[in-house]
Each structure stands twice: as C-alpha cells, then as structure tokens.
Design a protein. Structure first.
Length: 147
C-alpha cells in the first residue's frame, strides 16, 4: 500500500484574536483548561472563514470533521479579560486528515506576549457513515494558499 501523499507547500500561520470572559474562567479568574481547546476550535473555524470556505456547506452534505487526537501543554495561566492570540499552523494535509499545531498567547499591554498553551490536533474528514473520506478540493486548495 502506498503511503498517503502529504501537502508540501507551507501555509502561513493564521492569527485569531479574542478576549476571555467570566464564562471562560474559574472563581479565581483563571481560564479553565478545557476552554483552550474550544478557543483552538474557534481559531480553526476562522481560518476557513478567512479563506472563503463555509464548512457548513460540507456538513449539509453529510460530511464532518472529527478530532482523532489532541495533545496539549499548558505553560501559564490565562486570566479573565485577557486578550488572546491563537496562532494556527498547518503541519500536514493528507487525503482524509489534517494536523494543526496551535499556540495560544496572552496579550497584556504591560507585558510581552506570553505563551499560555500549545496543542496539536489531528482531524479526520468523515462521510455521513462516519468513515474517513477524501477531502474535497475546495478545502485542500485553500489550505495551500497563503494569507
């Protein structure tokens, strides 16, 4: 069996900014660890939106993305009201899966950008029977463009 062909062109990292709210934090004002994974999801969604792809179109056709693996390292606590920058970097694009590395930075006016969390996600593209399926060209093409 031939190994899957992997995309070789490097995608420029995508940047997404957001702010944290009460719902994101515990009683001490620290961001819940699970919220970092949700923030990464938002940033991945925005990567596609910024490149003109509406992922809902593929969902309406019965296709879905599903996370098959995640590994996260938490470096520092993020705080209530802190501005975050999520940097999304595509590591690989295979026929039916994507691997992203995402870094979440805390941005405070009085400090340098601080690394809060790094995570790597492997995401499968699935059909309506939840079996891996080759991604449409519309998805893979936007992942090969910069911007």
């Amino acid at each position: 069996m031939k190994p899957e062909k992997q995309m070789t062109k490097k995608l420029e990292p995508h940047h997404f900014r957001m702010r944290t709210y009460y719902a994101d934090t515990d009683a001490a004002g620290a961001i819940f660890h699970t919220r970092y994974l949700e923030f990464c999801e938002r940033a991945r969604w925005e990567l596609f939106v910024d490149r003109g792809v509406d992922l809902r179109d593929f969902t309406r056709q019965g296709n879905h993305f599903a996370i098959t693996r995640v590994a996260a390292n938490f470096h520092q606590l993020g705080r209530l009201g802190e501005e975050l920058q999520i940097e999304t970097d595509l590591l690989s694009c295979r026929r039916a899966s994507l691997t992203f590395k995402q870094s979440i930075y805390g941005i405070r006016p009085e400090e340098d950008k601080r690394l809060l969390c790094e995570a790597e996600f492997k995401i499968a593209y699935l059909n309506d029977k939840l079996k891996p399926q080759r991604m449409p060209q519309a998805i893979t093409e936007v992942l090969q463009t910069t911007g």
